[in-house]
Ligand binder design. Sequence first.
Ligand SMILES: C[S@@+](CC[C@H](N)C(=O)[O-])C[C@H]1O[C@@H](n2cnc3c(N)ncnc32)[C@H](O)[C@@H]1O
Length: 243
Amino acid sequence: MRLIRRDILSSQSFLLDSKLNISFMDRLRLIAKFQKITASIESPHTQEEVYAFAKAILTLPKSDGVIVEAGCFKGSSTAKFSLAAHLAGRKLIVFDSFQGIPKNNENHDKNIYGGSAGFPEGSYCGALEEVKANVNKYGALRSVEFVEGWFDDSMPHFDRPISAIYLDVDLVSSTTTCLKYLYPLLEEGGVVYSQDGHLPLIIELLEDESFWKNVVGFPKPDIRGLRNSKLLSFVKHTQNVTV
Ligand SMILES: C[S@@+](CC[C@H](N)C(=O)[O-])C[C@H]1O[C@@H](n2cnc3c(N)ncnc32)[C@H](O)[C@@H]1O
């Protein structure tokens, strides 16, 4: 019930947000499309989470940077972000194995809300053709490029400037790879959202100054929501900051 109320409030706040670079009618149409996608494609995200990132996409300053989504499951979040990316005139690059979660031995046990958390190999699997069909039906497929493969194989080859990143990858190993290869490509002032802030092992990773310094190569940013929210966000600022 509380979740439904938060979802309604987040769509209202999206509708009334005049800072977004689109008209009231476009905001209204986007909300209707998001609702249809939610009703049509299985997904673990909340409306609050996708509206937060859609807002980030729709308030980006002008640049050539792309939007990156890592972890798309069956394409519900992808369809929503593709619509926002299309309105913002940006490309959405989607990284996924399209085989689900990789083999791992991470024991996540309980999330910060006390619920159980586990990510067996092959869970959250959406095949590439299924995801494409969903995005084609409900989103803006022409604004999306898919990069298929394990992050460890695909991300080291990626070299385009990035304006905003959305991570929903569940594992510490996957989060590590995403930040190691994507964060250096993020523009100054670019934003990262993660939907994995409810997982204690991921909190531990993000709090670790040595991870930021030695693996990512940038100072640890101020992370909004850390320890109290599933949705985390941070901005990349490197000027006047020393590693
Ligand atoms: C929880 S699901 C994403 C849910 C989606 N964002 C949504 O809201 O519907 C996690 C996704 O991350 C992908 N994933 C996790 N680790 C990965 C890795 N190392 N390489 C490639 N894909 C990975 C899985 O295939 C899965 O699609």
